[in-house]
Design a protein around this ligand. Structure first.
Ligand code: NDP
Ligand code: MG
Length: 390
């Protein structure tokens, strides 16, 4: 019996994780769940799964949850961001699902790693912000890091089980990172200025939270995933080729020196990578529909156009610039996407603001968490100031 903590239980990944856990009550026990403000959803999770601890980061929301769960005194309710760190590193926990969205996920995910847990990493922003430091901590504390992002989980599945350090020593020549191209893959470029948040969050293949849906539309998501792949698999950005694959059936591929290319396929449903990482090295049922290739009928591939998707170019640039450039890119993106969702800026301004921020906020080479967070904050302040002066 493994004891599980879900950071971000009310989100899209959190809900898919609960769905998989519910299929295996004999294997997993839910120890702790966390959310920010969605009280009703959290109350429902608590009633169904009876975790030992429920955390609301937001204090008012924690008070409201307490009201709603008066008849369940066995569940301990906690509030605030320190509580996230506390449950992520609690001695009772074996597995932590890191599924908070954005940079706020960094500290609790790091806490889980430092406590040597099996960490299922959905929160890609953690690796984008502090990849070098994070991977060092994984090694130092012998944490078990398993990727949830469908592409990285696919790559993980296509690599040899007895992986030797350095992908080239395993005969790997290239990683092919696939992406659907999102809802605007064929939209005429002169219409990009009119794109609304509703159009941007309507992803053709995946059902996800609002922030990552916008990231998928701009393809910043693929840019963040490129950074994520470089840290996770210890490769250079030139070793990762981004390939558009509109059907989202192949989730990524690994090319070997004998000419073999291994792909992992499946329906676009996050319960597959979640079940893979939860059960690894065993395979467990995820509830995902079997793949019907005859129904899919065609798998097609295209090159990604950086004029259409300038965020791809910016993400690559941030890797080349190194240091805190990736944290700056990520922070600028978070603020710009939020402003776009709030109707404060146009779609095309997302990439423009990120580029300006990268030009104006100096990056530095550091593994100091405080300096990374400071540069993240400087980038946020810069973008907010630019938005308010428009
Ligand atoms: P959602 O927006 O659906 O959920 C986010 C979760 O984080 C919610 O539980 C939310 O709580 C919580 N949260 C938000 N802000 C805070 C905060 N300030 N403090 C504490 N908790 C907070 O996101 P997704 O599930 O889509 O994505 C989660 C992560 O997984 C992201 O990093 C994303 O990039 C990654 N990912 C997601 C995929 C997907 O298919 N959805 C695929 C691959 C990666 P509340 O509900 O109370 O606001
Ligand atoms: Mg992905």
């Amino acid at each position: 019996m493994k004891s599980v903590c879900i950071l971000g239980a009310t989100g899209s990944i959190g809900q898919s994780t609960l769905d998989v856990l519910a299929r295996h009550p004999d294997r997993y026990r839910l120890f702790a769940v966390t959310a920010n403000t969605q009280v009703d959803k959290m109350a429902q999770i608590c009633r169904q799964f009876r975790p030992r601890i429920a955390v609301m980061s937001d204090q008012d929301s924690a008070d409201r949850l307490r009201q709603q769960l008066q008849d369940l005194p066995d569940i301990t309710l906690m509030a605030g961001s320190e509580a996230l760190t506390e449950v992520a590193s609690a001695s009772e926990v074996d597995v932590v699902m890191a599924a908070i969205v954005g940079a706020v996920g960094l500290m609790p995910t790091l806490a889980a790693v430092r406590a040597g847990k099996r960490v299922l990493l959905a929160n890609k922003e953690t690796l984008v912000m502090a990849g070098h430091l994070f991977m060092q901590e994984v090694e130092k504390h012998r944490a078990e890091l398993l990727p949830i992002d469908s592409e990285h989980n696919a790559i993980f599945q296509c690599l040899p089980a007895d992986l030797q350090p350095g992908l080239q020593h395993n005969g790997v020549t290239r990683i092919l990172l696939t992406g659907s191209g999102g809802p605007f893959r064929t939209t005429p470029l002169d219409q990009f200025d009119q794109i609304t948040p509703e159009q941007a969050i309507a992803h053709p293949n995946w059902d996800m939270g609002p922030k990552i849906s916008v990231d998928s539309a701009t393809m910043m998501n693929k840019g963040l995933e490129l950074i994520e792949a470089c840290w996770l698999f210890d490769v250079d950005e030139q070793d990762v080729e981004i390939v558009l694959h509109p059907q989202s059936i192949i989730h990524s591929m690994v090319a070997y020196n004998d000419g073999s290319v291994l792909a992992q396929m499946g329906n676009p449903d996050m319960r597959t990578p979640i079940a893979n990482a939860l059960g690894w090295p065993e395979r467990i049922d995820s509830g995902v529909e079997p793949l019907d290739l005859v129904k899919v009928s065609q798998l097609s591939f295209e090159q990604a156009d950086e004029r259409r998707f300038p965020c791809l170019r910016l993400a690559r640039q941030s890797i080349i610039d190194g240091g805190t450039s990736m944290a700056i890119l990520n922070a600028a993106n978070e603020v710009a996407v939020e402003a776009f969702l709030q109707g404060q800026i146009r779609y095309t301004q997302i990439a423009e603001l990120i580029e300006q921020t990268m030009q104006h906020v100096p990056s530095r080479n550091t593994d100091s968490l405080q300096q990374i967070i400071d540069d993240d904050l400087s980038a946020r302040a810069y973008v907010k100031q630019q938005i308010s002066s428009v």
